[in-house]
Ligand binder design. Structure first.
Ligand SMILES: CC(=O)N[C@H]1[C@@H](OP(=O)(O)OP(=O)(O)OC[C@H]2O[C@@H](n3ccc(=O)[nH]c3=O)[C@H](O)[C@@H]2O)O[C@H](CO)[C@@H](O)[C@@H]1O[C@H](C)C(=O)N[C@@H](C)C(=O)N[C@H](CCC(=O)O)C(=O)O
Ligand SMILES: Nc1ncnc2c1ncn2[C@@H]1O[C@H](COP(=O)(O)OP(=O)(O)OP(=O)(O)O)[C@@H](O)[C@H]1O
Ligand SMILES: N[C@H](CCC[C@H](N)C(=O)O)C(=O)O
Ligand SMILES: [Mg+2]
Length: 484
């Protein structure tokens, strides 16, 4: 049998096929599965149809025109012009329940922090809540390690079903631009969404900033149901904000902005304290003062987006709960305080804007000199390297350029691209040596930030993952106990 279909009519066709499961990886096919044969970035999944059938696939999902391979026993084949979207929808149907309230956060920087703050706000109000993203799944009874920021649609659907079955009815998830572009979230029933900001990243994948923007906007244009709440931070560039306003108007989305010019939550003032900041806020026509136990302006931005999201879904005392927020691992995390009072932080800044915002955030906490140790990932947007170099050169007093995750690239070439725009920086490829050199140079009143790898537990070098954790290295070199 051959069924020709596009997504709207496809679920009944799938129901008639009586499939047991779905996968896009022939190596994971078990008898009774539907195999989604997807042309990919590295290989063409259609070339694995024979293997999938051999392993027991009972049907195939593929783009129109996919030929049936010679000599392979015929199985039903469903054609869909967007097979990845179709896969996501099928996976959601097969997996079953989802938490009743799922929100998605997109933006170049701040997604992990915002979903985690959203989870914490819900949890503080007694709701069983989860966050999903770069840090994996954080929820009571769940401890899933990190993989992709937005998981593939089959594991995403299974994770959401697992959460729902455990009575976790609130979930905040990250929507990466890759995930949105590849339809990974197309089976998720969303209640609300947020945009933190949009600056340069991932142009290796999207090609242009406009294509990157359009991938992010899919969340609001296509995935959110009409009438849903949307939160946007006013740090988002004007082109993206205007596009969001138009989408919101067309789809009757309830758009609330947050930030200095915000119409939902307006930040009137932020005064840094040694370990946090005091915020003055205007929301719902009332002015309030909030003690945030998190340093750095960008952390206030993310916390306010989380507060607006939860508020939009009925958590009326969200702002009062902000003082309860705890820092997110590897995001402006204080790794060590040295005997002379100098402080070393670890942060995940891996884009030019993040590095700039990070260094600006640390300046008010730096009585002496501000030191930064950073690099840039291999096999990722090369254009951001000199821009990160410029940011460090402009905003730090002492810069050491080191290796991040070189992946398949020559680490020296990556460093050279950064150094070309960061005159005066020292080059130390070995990350441990770079951190040691920086720590040894810290005088009283100085601040060091080791940027780029945050929570990561390994360094990816030529296909091998070497154990590496910035906080552990800092604490060991500083003669301190490992972090609890
Ligand atoms: C470039 C990219 O995003 N690729 C993602 C994409 O892979 P793909 O489908 O293009 O993969 P492919 O290797 O060409 O294979 C094509 C198809 O053949 C199948 N196959 C392959 C081999 C085989 O033996 N049998 C088989 O069936 C594959 O399962 C796949 O379906 O779809 C896969 C399933 O969803 C993802 O795992 C994979 O992520 C790769 C591993 C990746 O590194 N992605 C990164 C860049 C990423 O997505 N990052 C974002 C952004 C991070 C952020 O800034 O927040 C993220 O969400 O993590
Ligand atoms: N609102 C923000 N504006 C600018 N920079 C930010 C903001 N929030 C966080 N950052 C910077 O980005 C880094 C990563 O933050 P976070 O992990 O929350 O972002 P993300 O969007 O999830 O990143 P990824 O794309 O890797 O998933 C932080 O360590 C900080 O340096
Ligand atoms: N989600 C981001 C993380 C980058 C982290 C940085 N340490 C690097 O390896 O570039 C990416 O995959 O581009
Ligand atoms: Mg993230």
């Amino acid at each position: 049998m051959r069924a020709a279909s596009d997504t709207p009519g496809i679920l009944p066709a799938i129901a008639r096929l009586d499939i047991a499961g779905v996968t896009a990886d022939s190596r994971h096919v078990v008898p009774g599965d539907l195999f989604a044969a997807l042309p990919g970035a590295r290989v063409d999944g259609r070339s694995f149809i024979a293997e999938a059938v051999k392993r027991g696939a009972v049907a195939i999902l593929a783009p129109p025109g996919t030929p049936w391979p010679d000599g392979v026993p015929q199985r039903p084949i469903i054609f869909d012009p967007e097979p990845r979207r179709c896969l996501a929808r099928i996976a959601a149907v097969l997996a079953g329940p989802q938490p009743k309230t799922v929100v998605a956060v997109t933006g170049t920087n701040g997604k992990t922090s915002t979903v985690e703050f959203t989870r914490q706000l819900w949890a503080s109000a007694g709701r069983k809540a989860a966050s999903l993203g770069t840090l994996g799944v954080i929820a009571p009874g769940f401890d899933t390690g990190s993989g992709l920021t937005t998981p593939d649609p089959v594991s995403l659907a299974e994770t959401l079903a697992g959460l729902a079955r455990h009575g976790i009815n609130h979930a905040a998830m990250e929507a990466s631009s890759h995930g949105l572009d590849q339809f990974r979230l197309d089976g998720v029933r969303l209640a609300a969404a947020a945009m933190t900001n949009l600056t340069r990243d991932h142009l290796d994948y999207h090609g242009t900033l406009e294509a990157y923007r359009q991938a992010k906007l899919r969340l609001f244009e296509t995935l959110l149901p009409e009438g849903a709440p949307v939160v946007a931070h006013t740090a988002t560039d004007s082109v993206t904000l205007e596009a969001l306003r138009q989408i919101a108007q067309r789809r009757r989305l309830d758009l609330r902005t947050v930030g200095e010019d915000g119409d939902g939550i307006r930040l009137l003032d932020a005064r840094p304290r040694p370990d946090g900041q005091d915020l003055s806020i205007l929301a719902h026509g009332r002015r309030c003062d909030v003690v945030l136990n998190l340093p750095g302006r960008f952390q206030a931005d993310n916390a306010l987006v989380a507060a607006a999201l939860t508020d939009s879904l009925g958590l009326s005392d969200a702002l009062d709960r902000l003082p309860l927020l705890q820092g997110v691992r590897g995001r402006m995390e204080c790794a060590a305080r040295l005997p002379n009072g100098a402080v070393a932080y670890v942060d995940y800044a891996h884009t030019p804007d993040a590095l700039e915002r990070l260094l600006m955030a640390l300046r008010p906490h730096t009585a002496g000199r501000l030191h930064v140790v950073f690099g840039a990932g291999g096999d990722r947007d090369r254009g951001k390297r000199p821009l990160m170099g410029q940011a460090a050169s402009r905003l730090a007093d002492v810069a050491i350029v080191t290796d991040d995750n070189p992946r398949s690239e020559d680490p020296a070439t990556i460093r050279a691209a950064i150094l070309a725009a960061c005159p005066g920086a020292t080059e130390i490829g070995d990350r441990t040596k770079a951190i040691e050199t920086a720590l040894n140079a810290l005088a009283a009143g100085d601040v060091l930030v080791v940027a780029g790898k945050g929570h990561e537990q390994g360094q990816i070098v030529a296909g091998t993952v070497l154990p590496f954790d910035d906080v552990t290295v800092i604490r060991r070199l500083a003669g301190l106990e490992p972090r609890a």
